[in-house]
Design a protein around this ligand. Structure first.
Ligand code: URA
Length: 260
């Protein structure tokens, strides 16, 4: 292949966010299915042989290692040792959390980006800077909020996490929330909101309405979904809506204080 063609191909990969190498040798994921389909075309009687796919039954979450964790440190150690999610292979760091676990508010985002992966901390890049600004307007910062993500390892090239990756990591964030037990949960963006509210609705419908997040022991935590700050970087016109959502959080915190 000519050098210019190789450079062109590399550029195409880069532009499409394929910028991480996961294995030394390429793997043709279509090979089995292609041979299988060819065989069936030539011999329509032959039964279809499916390429095995990772199957996540609901029972998979019953023996998930997150469930046994009794402290945040235990949870972190279990996640550091976890080998059930391929994202870990391409990520530099586990992004566990930032902020104060004793604070009244816990924020949950989607997945770390490049800056977060490098530093091992959530929301430290451009989205995080915008988030910090919004938090500041309602008297919040990382001394009185706690921040984590649905997915603790950076998806290569910042691609959205797959359904399987979300299902595999969901018990971690669920246990995380149960161990922190904040007064208020804020879900940042559609992935966090849909996953933790168990809904198929989009963020436009889910945001701005108080809901109950129900833990494994059946208790409820007040939860509010809002936009992901990365979306606001692309659509700054929506910032006022996110701010309105955080005003609701501020009001709920004030009401909770008065009740004490
Ligand atoms: N986006 C997220 O959802 N989480 C981060 O930690 C950073 C960016």
């Amino acid at each position: 292949m000519e050098k210019s063609a190789i450079l062109h191909l590399l550029e195409w990969h880069q532009n499409n966010g394929i910028n991480s190498v996961l294995r030394d040798q390429p793997r043709n994921r279509l090979a089995n299915d292609f041979a299988n389909n060819l065989e069936r075309l030539e011999n329509p009687e032959s039964p279809a042989k499916m390429t095995p796919q990772p199957i996540l039954s609901t029972s998979a979450s019953h023996d998930h290692p997150a469930l046994a964790c009794q402290t945040l440190e235990q949870l972190k150690q279990v996640m550091l040792a976890f080998e059930g999610c391929d994202l870990k292979q391409s990520a530099m760091n586990l992004v566990f959390s930032d902020g104060n676990p004793k604070g009244p508010v816990m924020l949950v985002g989607e997945a770390p980006g490049a800056d977060e992966d490098r530093q091992g901390l959530p929301f430290v890049g451009q989205s995080g800077q915008l988030l910090d600004k919004v938090l500041k307007t309602v008297g919040l910062d990382r001394t009185n909020t706690y921040i984590s993500n649905i997915i603790p390892w950076r998806p290569p090239g910042n691609r959205p996490p797959t359904t399987q990756e979300i299902a595999m990591c969901q018990p971690f964030i669920q246990r995380h929330i149960e161990l922190v037990r904040p007064k208020i949960l804020v879900f940042l963006g559609g992935v966090a909101a849909k996953t933790l509210l168990n809904s198929n609705e989009g963020i436009m419908r889910l945001r701005g309405i108080w809901r109950d997040y129900v833990t494994h022991d059946g208790s409820a935590i007040k939860a509010l979904a809002t936009f992901h700050p990365a979306y606001l970087l692309r659509s700054p016109g929506q910032k006022a809506l996110m701010w309105q959502d955080f005003l609701k959080v501020e009001k709920a915190l004030q009401e909770a204080e008065h009740r004490l």
